[in-house]
Design a protein around this ligand. Structure first.
Ligand code: NPF
Length: 269
């Protein structure tokens, strides 16, 4: 018995954590996992990958690529012989999905910074095509707006530390009024903290930085990163158990949203 897992680059922390969790929970359920990493993530490339999975006779496919609700629904229609579960579609999609609900974690981080007295916020989101990034950004902005505020700057990175380092360098070279930086993943937060250090800005005394993901290294950076936890091990467990429930017609094979939660460490004040 085999599951397919189609994902974006495993060089990034979040997708590799998700792959590891899926592999281990699948093994416990008696399934092996075939992994495909896509280069571009276009719909054509995804369909080719699904065809290869079909040829390998997988029982179902878990798809960790950003897709609109419409694109995911079309994919399901075009591949109705193959059970497809999605990890990166909008929270209100009708397709079978298991993903994180960014609302609680994003609200808690913005409100924490507002309570600490911050007034000038910069938002470093992920790529524009990313569904997860778009949701995180919208949540931050909603909470700021609710409190009568808005971000001074909105940037888009490509999830990597290096890109975030460059973006943060150029933003803070000209903007010294910003004291709070919300970042859409931990890997970019590391790059941002390195850039602030280069500019002589201290974290958290001059700028507070909040990451997103709570990847395992985040607690061991200096300063330890304040972040929003997404429990990737739990994502793997829920994803696999719901796939297996559908495949074996046993128990609940429903879509679900998993919680996110603010974790205060040393990069905020
Ligand atoms: C990503 C996607 C790629 C690289 C890094 C991150 N990240 O750090 O958050 O974001 C998203 C995924 O796109 C999405 O599928 C979901 O699983 C989420 C936990 O991470």
């Amino acid at each position: 018995r085999t599951l397919g897992f189609i994902t974006v680059s495993l060089a990034l922390h979040a997708p590799s954590q998700i792959a590891a969790a899926i592999k281990s929970h699948a093994a416990r359920a008696g399934y092996s996992v075939v992994i495909a990493t896509l280069e571009t993530g276009t719909l054509e490339e995804l369909q080719r990958s699904l065809n290869e999975m079909r040829a390998q006779k997988v029982d179902g496919v878990i798809i960790n690529l950003p897709l609109t609700a419409d694109a995911a629904a079309r994919l399901v229609d075009d591949n109705n012989d193959l059970l497809c579960q999605f990890l990166d579609v909008p929270a209100d999609s009708d397709v079978f999905h298991v993903s994180f609900d960014p609302r609680d974690g994003s609200r808690q981080s913005v409100e924490y910074l507002l309570h600490a007295g911050h007034e000038h916020f910069a938002l470093l989101a992920g790529p524009e095509h990313s569904v997860a990034s778009t949701m995180r950004l919208a949540c931050w902005q909603d909470v700021l707006n609710e409190h009568g505020r808005h971000a001074c700057a909105v940037l888009h990175g490509n999830w990597s530390s290096k890109d975030a380092w460059q973006q943060t360098l150029s933003l803070f070279r000209t903007r010294r009024d910003i004291t709070a930086l919300l970042v859409a993943n931990d890997q970019m937060a590391f790059g941002a903290m390195s850039a602030l250090d280069e500019l002589g800005l201290r974290v958290p005394q001059d700028v507070s930085v909040v990451g997103y993901d709570d990847t395992p290294d985040s607690a061991y950076f200096i300063p330890a990163l304040t972040t929003v936890e997404q429990d990737f091990n739990r994502l793997g467990a829920e994803s696999v158990s719901r796939m297996v429930a559908r495949l074996t017609h046993s128990g609940a094979g429903e879509s679900t949203l998993l919680p996110t939660r603010f974790i205060e460490r040393r990069s905020t004040a």
